[in-house]
Design a protein around this ligand. Structure first.
Ligand code: HEM
Length: 162
């Protein structure tokens, strides 16, 4: 495993100036982890609220203005979570990459991103024609989104136990 090209890339990242920096200062890693947590709380919090509305909760709240608030928040959260996550990863890349919980988390994030592409190229394209409630297609992608992001969160928490 160690001499495989992929493993060498992760070892190179771990031994890079960035990897050393993330391990050198006792305060930097916890600070980055706190930002990582703030990023995915914003991401998963905003997406969970929107998905529950799409699934029929709080029907008095119109979907489009709610989406205008929560979608940009989820994007900012995603960018922060991924950037800080990469920094955390760089500190111990050669080991974390073999962590089954970490691998599961990345697969779930990719699946959640594919689901976003499906949602936005299919049901969400006709959002102006929705009559108050989300159509079945939007409900289906909302349910998939809820399951995938909450599973990614769970896998992330389990990294420390593997
Ligand atoms: C964008 C969606 C993401 C979510 C929802 C997420 C979620 C989580 C969660 C819940 C934890 C546990 C935090 C704790 O209990 O302290 C965690 C830790 C971690 N995440 Fe993420 N993460 C995301 C993206 C990433 C990415 C893209 C990477 C790397 C490329 C990454 C790397 C890590 C690492 C290395 C840890 C372990 C930190 C430690 O235990 O010291 N994360 N993540």
């Amino acid at each position: 495993m160690e001499d495989q090209p992929a493993a060498l890339i992760f070892l190179a990242l771990q031994e890079s100036a960035l990897g050393h920096l993330m391990r050198a200062s006792p305060a930097l890693y916890p600070a980055v982890e706190i930002l990582h947590i703030m990023g995915f709380v914003l991401l998963v919090g905003a997406i969970t609220a929107l998905d529950l509305r799409l699934l029929g909760l709080a029907r008095t709240i119109p979907i489009q203005p709610l989406a205008h608030l929560l979608l940009p928040l989820s994007r900012v959260g995603f960018i922060i979570a991924v950037a800080m996550g990469f920094l955390l990863f760089s500190a111990d890349a050669a080991h974390v990459v073999r962590n089954p919980a970490f691998q599961a988390k990345l697969l779930l994030i990719v699946a959640a991103l594919i689901n976003i592409v499906i949602a936005h190229t299919w049901p969400w394209r006709r959002i102006a024609k929705w009559e108050g409630e989300a159509p079945t297609g939007a409900k289906a992608t909302a349910l998939a989104s809820l399951v995938l992001w909450l599973s990614a969160l769970t896998a992330g928490r389990l990294i420390a136990y593997f």
